[in-house]
Structures are given as structure tokens and as C-alpha cells.
Design a binder for this molecule. Structure first.
Ligand code: PEP
Ligand code: MG
Length: 765
């Protein structure tokens, strides 16, 4: 028999059906809602290679130096060719096809999924390397099964086995063929927290087929349920850009943008959450250990596609942090569940700068450890500091214990194009110095071990739009720059200028507080530093405008610097001595910044604009303007304005406009934290940080309206400018420009164009 029906399969059949097949058989037997199907057994694969006499040649072909990329590629190609070009014996073909015809009406779309059988693998990283094909029908079925067999010899799989000295001939592969669930929504469910082991059910959910989550084209919603009370603890609704669907005509899996009205909408209803929780509990009861379940919903019915033990939790329920994560029996396919649980996810944080990289963890607890960060290392630290920028540039990736999506680490790593995971809780305690890890800056995972490098990543080229023609938009699309070193990368985006150049990173990277720096090096040297930083961006973008903001560093950041002991110790620095309020109290220091502007203008950089941060009212604006004038910068000749970052500023914009500002720019990072009382740097409340909250949008919408009446330009330079829904909202309201992160400029340009065109069409219809 070439195949075994899932109904007849039990966990004891694992050698012949692989981990995935055995698990599905068990679940079927337990009466759980599993789509029907069968397994092309491992024995069938083994007979195929042996009877055709290609086995010896196959294993010899892949016995290569795994560090030699070219040799790996050739080995993979030869193995693939051997398997795909060898005909399948008629009786095997007939066995597979006749089983298929017994599924439903005999014309069903099926998923064809690899299920490898290697047990006791030294490292679970092996899992999750093999193929899955969705929406397959009779005509392509046998070929797809062969491709699953061949995927046992992907470059990654060969690399892992060779590196770990695991013999290729000891690995077999079964293939599960199962009715497709044409999912309207799908995702994963963990019956315990996969990294902390806490008694919580975690559900991740996205629209369409679960593959969208795997391919990284969508970040799923996240639901956390307390297992004691079954109450929902937190719901984090993600911006789900893409979804995978079955094309009705061709049956192929296609990627599509999520319709606007569903993008930021919760995927799961309360009832579905309840049902999933119940299913999760039943599965866990069945296996008597925490499970990672892959699920899908079709026409209101929930199906279970897979369940596997959570291998990152040890018997006591605590997360395993050491390298010895137990291998899972299932070689597995690249499905949602396995991506999350290839056995090696050590813990999670917030994916804050995209990209997947491997390297050695360098635990940085004090600044004097920074020289130990070598090229290609991964910095692991409580929170990054401006002094770390040179090390961050050398690093392959960054992991922090603390911080949200708008924290220093997140902003700088995005600008440098360095993958980062922030707010990971206890990374500095869970990892050991020198330990090899792989971080995924999209999904926010930290995995054990190294993985072969992804495609070469070249930060400047990556930022350059792939299409030579930039979308022409009436609303300007600008870019944010926080460190002058990123100016070239920022300019490569083709942005219409810089909407925010933060000066605090120039100052903080001096390693001393401004007062200390001036005491040791003199006023001139301090102004020189500022001029140099501003000029780098002004030059790079000339004649496009560069909006430079005066200093806005909270005291906790200054405290880390030499001279920081003199800084006030504040309970809540975010509500404290920062922004324009500090500059106005300290005009002697502020005047050096203003002197830097004056020099920049004298040098001829007439593209520079001046912006004051964290203003609350017209009085502050007037005082800042007068100091600027005293420093020799004529407010009537130069373009200047303020950030709107507090509800007070938004509500009082009319009186601020009367002081002569040319523009306002929404700092939504702060505006959100002050409107919702959610500390932007506190990862505990990161799930509540919602720039699209109606209250925030109301403040923004009303401010734009007032500014339009008063002929004051409006812009946004907070992180939310990179979110399509925010862009849509702002363009509809008539914002003059938006300023996005480097990596988002391209998308924002297209989004702005799309909204503008729709508005135009609506106006003529
Ligand atoms: C903001 O608050 O949105 C902003 C852009 O300023 P920063 O992130 O520097 O506080
Ligand atoms: Mg701010």
C-alpha cells in the first residue's frame, strides 16, 4: 500500500507517516475536527529511491562541504533532478490517485505537505524546511508528492544535516494529502505561553490561508487568554496588509492585499475565541502536554490542521532557554504552526526592524562592553543608548529587553536597516554571551542557532525604490532621519525631503551631556558638532527641504551620559523635563542650537527648516521664536514650525498659528502616549499603544481642519506615518505632507497616490 488513511493512523505509526501524519491521525481518532486525508508513507518514498536505484547517487551527491555555497547549490540541484526526473512506478501512482478520488467528490483541492520521519535529531532547526503545496488537484498531485520528497534535499536541509553530521540516509519523508480548508481566516494557538510557559492561551490569527503568516507578508493579530478564568487578557490587532487565497479560476494560491475595511479589524469574534480555547484544551488534554495548534475557519467551522507539542517549554512549564531544545519528531512543512514552533523559538518580543539574521549574542550591560561587539554580532541589551550607534552599525542585529515600537532601539535599527526585536522581556538573562542565535525582525522571534544567510542585504540599495518612476503625489512624502549616518540611505528613497531630523542623537552620541561637553571642549566645538550633523542631511537632500528639530531628550537618556549625574531624577521622564520646556528654561544651552541653525543658513543651506518639539501653547511658541530671532535667525525669512505632540497643542493650534508658524507636524508617538496615557517605552502596555484610536484621530483631524483654514502646512513625523490607515486618514483630511521611516517610504508613496486618485475619481463621479 502506497498510502495510509488518516483514520487508520496512530502515533505509533510515526516511522512510516512522519510526525505530522501521526499527529493528524491521533487527532482524527480523538474526534477533533480534522480535514480528511491520507499519507503517502515514508516506506513508499524509500522504495521509490531504492527500486529506481538512485539512493546511493543521491546520498553521495549531497555529501558536500556545507560552508561552500556553490557546492550546496549544486548538491541540491542534483538531488532534486534525480528525484523529480525519476518516474514513479505505476502501482504507486495508481495508489495515490485512487486514494485522492476517494476524498469527497473526487475533485477536491488538497494540501500536500511533507512529513519527515527523522527522530532524535540533534537540533530541531531541521524542522520546517520541507515543502507544502496548497490547492492541488489530481493532475498535479503525483508531481507535488515528488517535490515534497525532493525538498528533503533543499539547500537549507542539506546544510543542517551536514553541519550536524546527521546522515542523510537516516531521514525519510512521508507526504500528507489532505482536503484543503478554504480558509477565511487561520492561524496558530498555543495552549501555554510559548516563551514564558505561563498558563495562557495565545492565539495568532490572520485573514485567508495561514501561509500569509509564514511568508512574513502579514503580522497576525494576537489574543492572550487567561487559562484560569478563560477571560481575554489582551488583544493586539495587527495591520494585516496581505492575505493568501485560492484563485477561484486557476485554483492557485495567490497573494492579495487585504481589503481596506478588514486590514485593521479584529480577525476573531468572541465566539470563535471561545471555541478555539475549548479546542485547544481538548487537544492538550488528549496529549497531556502543552500544544501548538494550527487552525483554520471555513464557513464558520473551525478545523484543526496540525498540533505539536510546544518544545520550548520544559516539564515544569517553564520556558527552556538553553540551546538544547528537544527535537520534534516531525520534520514538518513550512506551515504556520511549525514556523512558530520549529522547536527552537527561545522567546519573542516585538519585531521592530525587519530582516532575519544569525550571529553570536553579545550581552551588553555597560557601555564599556561595546568594543566587544564585533562585525556580525547580535547586540543583546536592556535598552540601546545613543552611544551604541557605532556598535549598532557593526552589529548584524539587535535584541532588547525593554522598549516598544517607537523606542530608541526600534527607531535607530530601522534607520540603519539592522534587524531588531525589542521588548523581549529578559533577553539579557535568557541568553548567554557568545550563544548563536537567529533573530526575525518581522515576527519578533529569537531562535536558537544559526541559519544560512538570507539573500545579501544592502541597506542603501534596499531603500532604493525598485521601480525607477516615483509615484507623483500632490501630498509630499518625506522621510525621517535620526542619525546623520542614515541620510544617504534616506535620500535613496526618493523622498521629497526630511520631515524630521532629530538632533538628540547627535547630542547623545557625544557621550557627554551638553553641559559637560561644553565645559570640556568649549561652546564652539558643541555648535560644530550640531552643524556637522545637520549639514550632512541638508547636503544630501539639497534642495529638498530638511526639517530639523531642536533638542528633545528625556532626562533618563541624558543620565546615562558622562555628566548625567547632574540630571534631575524623574519619576516619569516622558512627562518631565524635555522638549521645548527644557530649552526655554535653559536658554543658554538652547542658544547654541540656534547658533548652529544660524551657521547653517549662513553657509547657504536655505533648505533647512526649524521645528520646536513638545510645545503646549502659544506662549511657549512665541518665546522660542523670539530666542531664535535673537540668535540671528529671522522667523519671517525662514520656514519654522512646531510639533503637535500633546492634546494641548492640538486643541490650541489656532493661537499658536497666530504666532507666525509656517507648519505643524504631528508627533504621533507622543500624541498617542499623552492622549491614551500609555507610556510609549513600556513594553507591558505596548498592546494598548494605538495611534489609530478615535481620540487621537479626532485631535489630528480637527487640527488639520483648523490649519487648512489658517494656511498653516500640516505634516506627520511619528511612527504612525508609516501605517497605511493613518496615511489614508491624513490624505483624506488634506494633510500637506507625511514623513515616514526609511523602510516605509516606498509603500507610503504608493498609498498616498492610491488615496489621492480615489479622491479625484470620487469628485468627478
Ligand atoms: C513623535 O513623538 O511622534 C516624534 C516624532 O518624536 P519622538 O519620537 O522623537 O518623540
Ligand atoms: Mg515626540
Amino acid at each position: 500500500m502506497a498510502v495510509a488513511w488518516l483514520d487508520d493512523v496512530r502515533s505509533t505509526d510515526i516511522d512510516n507517516v512522519g510526525g505530522k501524519g501521526a499527529s493528524l491521525g491521533e487527532l482524527t481518532a480523538a474526534g477533533l475536527p480534522v480535514p480528511s486525508g491520507f499519507v503517502v508513507t515514508a516506506g513508499t518514498y524509500r522504495d521509490f529511491i531504492e527500486d529506481a536505484g538512485i539512493d546511493e547517487e543521491l546520498f553521495a551527491a549531497v555529501d558536500v562541504d556545507h560552508e561552500n555555497t556553490e557546492a550546496l547549490r549544486e548538491a541540491h540541484e542534483r538531488a532534486h533532478e534525480l528525484i523529480v526526473e525519476t518516474p514513479v512506478p505505476d502501482d504507486v501512482r495508481d495508489g495515490i490517485l485512487s486514494a485522492y478520488r476517494n476524498l469527497g467528490d473526487g475533485e477536491r483541492f488538497v494540501a500536500v505537505r511533507s512529513s519527515a520521519t527523522a527522530e532524535d535529531l540533534p537540533d530541531a532547526s531541521f524542522a520546517g524546511q520541507q515543502e507544502t503545496f496548497l490547492n492541488v488537484q489530481e493532475d498535479a498531485l503525483v508531481e507535488r508528492v515528488k517535490e515534497c520528497w525532493a525538498s528533503l534535499f533543499s539547500q537549507r536541509a542539506i546544510y543542517y544535516r551536514n553541519r550536524q553530521g546527521f546522515p542523510h540516509e537516516k531521514v525519510d519523508i512521508a507526504v500528507v494529502v489532505q482536503e484543503m480548508v478554504d480558509a477565511e481566516k487561520s492561524g496558530v494557538l498555543f495552549t501555554s505561553h510559548p516563551s514564558t510557559g505561563e498558563s495562557q492561551i495565545i492565539i495568532e490569527a490572520a485573514w485567508g490561508l495561514g501561509e500569509a503568516v509564514v511568508s512574513g507578508s502579514v503580522s497576525p493579530d494576537n489574543y492572550v487568554i487567561d487559562r484560569e478564568t478563560n477571560g481575554v487578557e489582551t488583544i493586539t490587532v495587527a495591520d494585516k496588509k496581505m492575505m493568501m487565497l485560492k484563485d477561484e479560476e486557476t485554483g492557485e494560491t495567490i497573494e492579495q492585499p487585504v481589503p481596506d475595511d478588514k486590514r485593521s479589524v479584529r480577525v476573531l469574534t468572541d465566539e470563535e475565541i471561545d471555541e478555539l480555547v475549548e479546542l485547544g484544551e481538548r487537544v492538550e488534554d488528549h496529549y497531556e502536554t502543552p500544544q501548538d495548534v494550527e487552525w483554520a475557519v471555513h464557513e464558520g467551522k473551525i478545523y484543526m490542521l496540525q498540533s505539536r507539542p510546544i518544545t520550548t517549554i520544559d516539564d515544569d512549564g517553564a520556558a527552556i532557554a538553553d540551546a538544547d531544545v528537544k527535537a520534534d519528531a516531525d520534520g514538518g512543512s513550512a506551515s504556520v504552526a511549525e514556523e512558530k514552533d520549529s522547536g527552537d523559538v527561545l522567546f519573542r518580543g516585538l519585531g521592530s526592524s525587519p530582516g532575519i539574521v544569525s550571529g553570536k549574542a553579545r550581552i551588553v550591560t555597560k557601555l564599556d562592553h561595546l568594543d566587544q561587539v564585533g562585525d556580525g554580532d547580535i547586540i543583546v541589551t536592556e535598552m540601546t543608548m545613543p552611544d551604541m550607534v557605532p556598535a549598532m552599525k557593526r552589529a548584524a542585529g539587535i535584541v532588547t529587553d525593554e522598549g516598544g515600537m517607537t523606542s530608541h532601539a526600534a527607531i535607530i535599527s530601522r534607520e540603519l536597516g539592522v534587524p531588531a526585536v525589542v521588548g523581549a522581556g529578559s533577553a539579557t538573562r535568557q541568553l548567554e554571551d557568545g550563544q548563536s542565535i537567529t533573530i526575525d525582525g518581522d515576527k519578533g522571534t529569537v531562535r536558537e542557532g544559526t541559519e544560512p544567510p538570507q539573500e545579501e542585504f544592502e541597506p542603501i540599495e534596499e531603500a532604493r525604490p525598485k521601480t525607477p518612476v516615483k509615484p507623483m503625489t500632490a501630498t509630499e512624502v518625506k522621510v525621517n532621519v535620526s542619525i546623520p549616518e542614515a541620510a544617504e540611505r534616506a535620500a535613496a528613497t526618493g523622498a521629497d525631503g526630511v520631515g524630521l531630523l532629530r538632533t538628540e542623537h547627535m547630542v547623545l552620541s557625544l557621550g557627554q551631556t551638553p553641559t559637560k561637553y561644553i565645559a570640556e571642549n568649549g561652546e564652539r566645538a558643541y555648535v560644530d558638532e550640531l552643524v556637522d550633523g545637520i549639514r550632512t542631511a541638508a547636503e544630501e537632500f539639497y534642495p529638498r527641504p530638511v526639517r530639523v528639530r531642536t533638542l528633545d531628550a528625556p532626562t533618563d537618556e541624558f543620565r546615562q551620559l558622562e555628566g548625567g549625574d547632574d540630571e534631575p531624577k524623574e519619576h516619569n521622564p516622558m512627562l518631565g523635563y524635555r522638549g521645548i520646556r527644557r530649552s526655554l528654561e535653559n536658554p543658554d544651552l538652547f542658544k547654541h542650537e540656534l547658533a548652529a541653525f544660524r551657521r547653517i543658513f549662513d553657509m547657504g543651506y536655505d533648505n533647512v527648516e526649524v521645528m520646536f518639539p513638545l510645545v503646549n501653547d502659544a506662549e511657549e511658541v512665541a518665546r522660542a521664536r523670539d530666542l531664535m530671532q535673537e540668535a540671528g535667525v529671522d522667523p519671517r525669512k525662514r520656514t519654522w514650525g512646531v510639533m503637535v505632540e500633546t492634546p494641548a497643542a492640538a486643541l490650541g493650534v489656532e493661537s499658536m498659528a497666530a504666532e507666525g508658524i509656517d507648519f505643524i507636524s504631528f508627533g504621533t508617538n507622543d500624541l498617542t502616549q499623552y492622549t491614551l496615557a500609555v507610556d510609549r517605552n513600556n513594553e507591558r502596555v505596548a498592546g494598548r499603544f494605538d495611534e489609530l484610536h478615535p481620540a487621537v484621530l479626532k485631535l489630528i483631524g480637527d487640527t488639520i481642519e483648523t490649519c487648512r483654514e489658517l494656511d498653516v502646512k500640516t505634516s506627520i513625523c511619528g511612527q504612525a506615518a508609516s501605517k497605511p490607515q493613518m496615511v489614508q486618514f491624513l490624505v483624506e483630511k488634506g494633510v500637506s505632507s507625511v514623513s515616514a521611516n526609511i523602510d516605509a517610504v516606498r509603500d507610503v508613496q504608493h498609498e498616498v497616490k492610491r488615496v489621492e486618485q480615489r479622491l479625484l475619481l470620487d469628485s468627478v463621479r
